[in-house]
Structure formats: structure tokens, C-alpha cells
Write a protein that binds this ligand. Sequence first.
Ligand SMILES: C[C@@](CO)(OP(=O)(O)O)[C@H](O)COP(=O)(O)OP(=O)(O)OC[C@H]1O[C@@H](n2ccc(N)nc2=O)[C@H](O)[C@@H]1O
Ligand SMILES: Nc1ncnc2c1ncn2[C@@H]1O[C@H](COP(=O)(O)OP(=O)(O)O)[C@@H](O)[C@H]1O
Length: 312
Amino acid sequence: MSAALLPDPISVTVRAPAKINIYLGVGKVRPDGFHPLETVYQAVSLYDDVTVTDAEEWSVSTIADGVHVEVREVPDDDSNIAIRAGKALVAHHRLDDRAAAIQINKGIPVAGGMAGGSADAAATLVALDRLWSLGTADEELLAIGAELGSDVPFALVGGTATGTGRGEVVTPVEDNGSWWWVVVFSDDGLSTPSVYGAYDLLEGGDHDYRIRPQMLEALRAPANGEHLQVFLYNDLEDAAFYLRPDLQAVAEAALECQASYALLSGSGPTMLALAADADSARAIAGRLAERGYDRTAVVHGPVAGAHVVAYG
Ligand SMILES: C[C@@](CO)(OP(=O)(O)O)[C@H](O)COP(=O)(O)OP(=O)(O)OC[C@H]1O[C@@H](n2ccc(N)nc2=O)[C@H](O)[C@@H]1O
Ligand SMILES: Nc1ncnc2c1ncn2[C@@H]1O[C@H](COP(=O)(O)OP(=O)(O)O)[C@@H](O)[C@H]1O
């Protein structure tokens, strides 16, 4: 049946992935308070699902859809980034009378450095665009996303991509690997601005923070290239470890549990351990649990960016 014969949907559900930064180089703080970045993002298999339906007024509700997800900290008012995304799309198209009810099923831990809020913003943009048949161009969605947060454009694109500017300029890269990670969650949050603030005090960004071309080659040709773990790096790690010394112990434990490498995810406090394959990842997670690190998930990447999973 041609798309033109289909009735308009009553609801649309869009799935958006968590991100990890497998490389995060940070420069000197800019006059606008943001730091220039060179990062390699990878979308991994933890997801938020966002469902939108037409409504008289904006509303948002969030339920947990993951064993380690606690949604108490997610705002249920206009400060939720999903509502901000919806309003930005409405303003872009000058549709001032439109509003929606947004329901978030959260599989991405909150304030974990995995950009769950950005995933919700990206999912809401795509879902409302389809619900209202707006036909927004990809470049326009990316530009609206960039205004909402530095990580939002990547949640739209997914896969593996470089991020430059303040992280919002996203360029897909060829990634022929299937990478397995053990994600180690933290009981306490760690605020992104405080980690960047500690970075300014400790390091300041006065160094070469560019992505090495050999890293992109290791992603393009994982079988014959150098091992990816040589290139895994996060400039914010010292700052996060300074604020949260317990995170360094997680990295050490992961290496003792046979991870190929361990590093901070984004601005933390989530930690990442690279595994050789799915079985090794599960084995590493099991060994970490024996040491008391039982809030973990085994994930793989790269996975797709925000995409429709259901029309109601
Ligand atoms: C560190 C990273 C790495 O991908 O992600 P997270 O681990 O937090 O998810 C990002 O830089 C976070 O991006 P995001 O969480 O979208 O940040 P934004 O909402 O745009 O900014 C929040 C705050 O972080 C700081 N910030 C963010 C991005 C950047 N390039 N420089 C900064 O200094 C600023 O203090 C800013 O006010
Ligand atoms: N839809 C949302 N999901 C999660 N957090 C949100 C959302 N909207 C606003 N927030 C606020 O943003 C903060 C950081 O969110 P999140 O994206 O989960 O973490 P991070 O920036 O570490 O990746 C939360 O503590 C919460 O107060």
C-alpha cells in the first residue's frame, strides 16, 4: 500500500540509543563557556523509547525500562529536555497551537554520562515530525538538536561518528567492528559542568587533543588494523577521578577482571570496559559482580540512531 493511503498515526514510538565516547579530547574553554571537543561517539545497545500522542497541553511522564534505571531525577515539567525538543520543533514550523503528551520508557541510566536526555530529545524530534507529517529535513533536525544539547545531533545520527565543535558537529565514520562493552553504573551522579570545571583547574586543555587517523583506521578495518584499545582515551578522566576517586578503583577492577581496557564514559560517572567478544563481556561482568560491582550492563555498538519502532 502506498504511504499516501495510510491514515495519520495516533501515536508514534521512536527508539534512541545511549552513547559512549570511545575518544574524548578536550581543548581550552571557549568564551561561551563550552569546551572545543574532538570526540569519537559510538551508539550502544541501551535505549530509551519515546511515545508521542496529540494533546491539548504539553506533558511528559517517565517509567523505568531497565534494571539499573532510577527515574526519580527526571523532571516531569517543561524543564524535561523532551518537552523542550517538542516546543523547539513547533517553533521551527510556527505551529504554535500544537502540543503533545510524551511518554519515556527509560533504559538509559539518568545522569550517567550516556546522554539519555539527549536520546529523549532526539527521539521526540523524530516522533513528532512523523506524528504531524512535518517532513523536516535532516539538516534542520540536526540544527534544532544542536540548540538543545551538544550530544543531541549524535543521538539522531547513531552508529559511530566523530564530534567536533562542542560535540554537535557530527560526521559518521566507517566502523566495521562489533564492539562489546561492560558498562559499570554508579550509585551517585556526577554533574557534567563540575567535571569540565575540574578539568579547567587540573589540565586546562593546553595540548594536542585531536583524534588520531590510526584510530579511525582501527574502526574501519578491525581485523587487520591496530587494536582499538590503544586509542581509547578520555581527557575528562583525571578530573572525574579527582572528584570521585572510587571510579579509578572501578577501572583497576575491570582490568583485573580481564577487560582489554577500561575508561570513563563521557563526563562519567559510568565506566566502560572493552571486551574481546560477547562471552568475554559476560564473563567480565560476572567477575565484577563477585567484587561488588553488580550494577552493570553488557552492550554492543555501533547501533542505529533515533528510529521509529511503532505507529499506533
Ligand atoms: C561530556 C559529554 C561528552 O559527549 O557528554 P556526557 O558524558 O555529559 O553525556 C558532552 O560534552 C556533554 O554534552 P551535553 O550533556 O549535551 O552538554 P550540554 O547540555 O550541551 O552542556 C552542559 C554543560 O556542559 C559543559 N560543556 C558541555 C559541552 C562542551 N563541549 N563543553 C562544556 O563545557 C558546559 O558547562 C555546559 O553548560
Ligand atoms: N528526558 C530526560 N531524561 C533524563 N534526564 C533529564 C531529562 N530531561 C532533563 N533531564 C535532566 O538532565 C540531567 C542529565 O541527564 P542525562 O542525559 O541522563 O545525563 P548525562 O548528561 O550525564 O548523559 C538529569 O539529571 C535530569 O535532571
